[in-house]
Design a protein around this ligand. Structure first.
Ligand SMILES: [Zn+2]
Ligand SMILES: [Zn+2]
Length: 256
């Protein structure tokens, strides 16, 4: 029972990684975000006019992977910025990043595939991103295997699913697959911090009693395992119902 659900689902919004196929542009990549990855790739490749001027000189492009499951456009844009600028994201949580990764993330090769793959895996282990119900779709078999082993090596949280579905298919299915709780109702409060819930901060609801909270606030509850570890279990702040963190994250969507 989700008593506070509104009828408008959060629209699909994803971050994507492009690789240039232009001769001499080996592993030159570009990070962006869009509500429609199929159409956006056509824009980058000049098949549709308007937009994408920054990538004109490196055409053609292929879309290697997308990250989706963002609770809002604002959340996707936050992820996009950090992925584009890991060298500027000197958030204190980056202190925990191993030195060899840090050297790459803060280095000059910001447009290289290797840098973006490391940045992606590192970001998925850091707050706030690791608390979000994200998924990665990476259809190329070789790159998919590569991303999987990197995710394992970086200990990307298990609730973040990495699959090899076709990107166009993920996008088509999103309309039917994804049924978010929707935007929080006006005036609805986080049961932990008492601040208003907004669409820009991921939130969840208890499946038992419909209490609501910011995911980050719930993760910081003493009952959850303390950060910097990802909590493995959490308790509802109202009814004490216990669930795994994966369930807390998935509680954000109605389909689970
Ligand atoms: Zn809160
Ligand atoms: Zn509850």
């Amino acid at each position: 029972m989700y008593l506070s659900v509104t009828d408008s689902p959060a629209p699909f919004y994803c971050c994507y990684l492009l690789r240039s196929l232009k001769p001499g542009s080996k592993d030159y990549v570009y990070v962006g975000s869009t509500p429609n990855p199929t159409r956006r790739l056509r824009q980058h490749n000049g098949e549709i006019t308007a937009g994408a001027a920054a990538t004109r000189s490196r055409r053609p492009w292929e879309m290697l992977l997308i990250v989706h499951g963002f609770p809002s456009k604002a959340a996707a844009l936050q992820f996009e910025w950090a992925w584009q600028n890991p060298h500027m994201s000197r958030h204190s949580s980056f202190d925990a990043v191993p030195f060899k990764d840090k050297r790459m993330l803060y280095g000059s090769a910001q447009k290289r595939l290797e840098t973006k793959l490391v940045a992606l895996c590192v970001m998925l282990t850091l707050p706030p991103f690791r608390l979000w119900p994200l998924n990665v779709a990476c259809p190329d078999p070789l790159l998919y295997a590569d991303v999987q082993s990197r995710a394992l090596a970086h200990a990307v949280p298990k609730h973040i699913a990495i699959d090899n579905r076709e990107i166009a298919r993920v996008f088509e299915q999103a309309a039917t697959d994804i049924s978010y709780l929707g935007l929080p109702a006006a005036g609805e409060l986080c049961g932990v911090c008492n601040d208003a819930l907004t669409e820009s901060r991921p939130w969840g609801a208890c499946a038992e009693c419909s209490a609501t909270w910011h995911l980050a606030c719930l993760a910081n509850q003493p009952a959850s395992l303390s950060l910097p570890l990802l909590p493995t279990t959490a308790h509802c702040i109202r009814c004490q119902h216990q669930f795994t963190w994966g369930q807390a994250v998935r509680a954000f969507t109605l389909s689970n």
